[in-house]
Design a protein around this ligand. Structure first.
Ligand code: SF4
Length: 385
């Protein structure tokens, strides 16, 4: 593989930081999913066992015929466009992977000659990787607006994750963000196809023996959408289409785009949306549990789980030794894994000391104001900040 093709791949990767694909812990600093991005678009994604996977995020082409208002790749914007053929992209990626520069691939593209043709090239790249190069590593494939159902199925047979960015929580907001994208037909329908395929063909699984996970992303803060809208759509997607994640990307203006004079969105808002979305997905929360203000926004100054606990548990603490799992999940500092560990542990011996909780992985200081241990409020030093 020529060094020019690898250099081209690196240039295509440089602008991909706006596409998250990783883990944002509930208490993370207000940053996007990438903990660290190297030059050349290599990001580190959390994997099982706390290991970090080096993921190359790149495009087949940075040329695009669409004109989404927020996007650096929109048609007509003046910058040097790069394009690789599927064989070139696959060969360049494989040489990086074999040199241990990267371990996985997130592949997207600008749209050239329509969504279907672009999707064909993405699928062809994946086919070459899986069949010609016998690549067995992580592969995230983007589904293009305008892709057909059979293309979604083929992408699902090749990838570990597929994603379709809704960009906005509903059709009206999308109209102000990307007026030539069709919310229902081009974006939501392929997400529904993917879930229908998973449901209707449970015996026919993807290349790795299981169907890929499904995610989407929203641009936050560009067109006046509120948190209630974003979280209502997320709740629908988790419950009805079994999305693994909804990603939130705080808007940042890009020069020479129609939104270049808008203010960047506060990244704390992005963090609150992640926190609330995890509560909806994994903790049994519903929209009514969040303290939206009159404009439908979450408070920026407190995390939504703590705010709920302060309003509901301060005067009615939860007895750790008898609470049901859903009640444990309402306590700050206790997550799904630590709730299960706690239930397991208390079957053997009642939990009596803060040290018992710490040993189970529970953030004891966060939980302390909201719990009872064998009927007693534990003594603790309230945090100053
Ligand atoms: S279709 Fe995608 S790449 Fe093209 S302008 Fe819109 S967001 Fe950017």
């Amino acid at each position: 593989m020529s060094t020019e093709k690898i250099a081209q791949l690196n240039r295509l990767s440089e602008n991909m930081a706006f596409e998250p694909d990783g883990d944002v812990p509930l208490q993370s600093p207000p940053a996007c999913a990438e903990a660290h991005t190297d030059p050349a678009g290599v990001v580190y994604q959390a994997a099982a066992g706390g290991r970090k996977v080096k993921l190359l995020k790149t495009l087949l082409t940075s040329a695009c015929e669409r004109d989404c208002f927020y996007c650096p790749f929109r048609a007509g914007r003046d910058f040097r466009r790069e394009t690789l053929k599927p064989e070139e992209l696959s060969a360049a990626f494989i040489s990086m992977q074999r040199a241990n520069v990267v371990e996985g691939l997130f592949l997207s593209s600008g749209i050239a000659a329509g969504g279907m043709k672009t999707q064909d090239r993405l699928i062809e790249s994946a086919e070459i990787l899986r069949h010609k190069y016998q690549y067995r590593g992580y592969l995230h494939l983007k589904i293009m607006p305008g892709a057909e159902r059979d293309q979604v199925l083929r992408a699902m047979q090749l990838a570990d994750r597929i994603s379709i960015n809704l960009e906005a929580p509903n059709e009206t907001r999308l109209g102000n963000l990307a007026p030539h994208k069709n919310f229902w037909e081009e974006l939501l329908t392929p997400l529904r196809w993917a879930e229908e395929i998973r449901q209707s063909l449970p015996g026919y699984l993807g290349w790795s023996g299981r169907w890929p996970s499904l995610t989407t992303q929203f641009v936050v803060g560009a067109v006046g959408e509120n948190d209630l809208e974003l979280l209502a759509t997320s709740e629908f997607l988790f419950a009805r289409l079994r999305l693994a994640r909804t990603y939130f990307s705080a808007f940042n203006p890009v020069a020479d785009t129609p939104l270049e004079n808008l203010k960047a969105e506060n990244p704390i808002r992005q963090l609150r949306l992640y926190q609330a979305s995890f509560l909806l997905r994994d903790y049994g929360f519903s929209l009514e549990d969040f303290a939206f203000n009159a404009s439908g926004l979450l408070p920026l100054d407190s995390d939504p789980k703590k705010a709920w606990a302060q309003a509901n548990l301060s005067s009615q603490p939860v007895e750790i030794n008898r609470a049901e799992r859903w009640q444990l999940l309402r306590i700050p500092g206790i997550g799904p894994k630590s709730a299960d560990a706690l239930i397991d542990a208390r079957r053997k011996n009642p939990i009596q000391q803060p040290g018992d909780l710490q040993r189970l992985g529970i953030a004891w200081k966060k939980a302390a104001p909201f719990i009872l241990l064998e009927g007693r409020r534990p003594a603790y030093q309230p945090a100053l900040w």
